[in-house]
Design a protein around this ligand. Structure first.
Ligand code: NAP
Length: 186
């Protein structure tokens, strides 16, 4: 019989979730924590990050299997300095005897889209719509990559993004669990 492929795969790994204060990122942080990872969430609001961390800690405390950890900080995705500070903080953290570096990055940060009809959209508004969702993701990847490579072990980068401002009605059905988590995180 072969060993399980996925169980405990995230145990002891450092997982960054940019956009982890709500929605998909919050759920990814919760799942990573439950898998025994050391999780670091970030968003544009320290208040929302602190609230999400407190909720995740409270839920984890009532879950027997959880052996990971959860922390968080505010981040400015339009600033090299802010992203560098966040990555350096995670990379240098030796929580629970963990060595330096970053194992996995999940990027779900998405600010409110202001885009309407293409021909009526102001050019500057359209350009700004990429600041967090596209350039922010690229900035995080470029800055974090040196912390991830050449370390002789596997890592991953996962991005969820979107360029539409409306969901078709049938997709709203699948948003149920995410909204539940969002409401709990505030
Ligand atoms: N949910 C869906 O059905 C779905 C489907 C397809 C694609 N997507 C895309 O997947 C991504 C995540 O979706 P979601 O539903 O999880 O969104 P969400 O619930 O609105 O969560 C977005 C996260 O991004 C953070 N954020 C917003 N602006 C930020 C900024 N300037 N800097 C850093 N963090 C920021 C938010 O925290 P703060 O407000 O505290 O900053 C929050 O943690 C989005 O790009 C979305 O468009 C979602």
């Amino acid at each position: 019989m072969s060993a399980p492929k996925y169980i405990n795969k995230l145990q002891g790994k450092k997982v960054i979730v940019i956009g982890g204060s709500a929605g998909i990122g919050y759920c990814a942080a919760e799942a990573s924590l439950e898998s025994g990872s050391h999780v670091y969430i970030a968003s544009s609001s320290s208040t929302r990050v602190d609230k999400a961390v407190a909720q995740l800690q409270a839920d984890a405390a009532g879950t027997e299997a959880v052996k990971g950890s959860i922390q968080g900080r505010e981040i400015d995705l339009t600033s090299d300095e802010s992203v560098e500070q966040f990555i350096a903080w995670v990379s240098g953290d030796t929580v629970a005897g963990k060595d330096k570096g970053v194992d996995h990055i999940i990027f779900t940060a998405g600010d409110a889209l202001q885009l309407g009809d293409l021909m009526e959209t102001d050019f500057e508004d359209a350009r700004k719509a990429f600041d967090v969702r596209f350039w922010g993701a690229l900035r995080v990847i470029q800055i974090a990559h040196p912390e991830m490579k050449d370390r002789g072990r596997l890592g991953s980068i996962t991005i969820t993004s979107n360029g539409r401002t409306e969901l078709p009605a049938y997709l709203l059905v699948y948003r149920g669990p995410w909204h539940t988590a969002q409401q709990r995180a505030g």
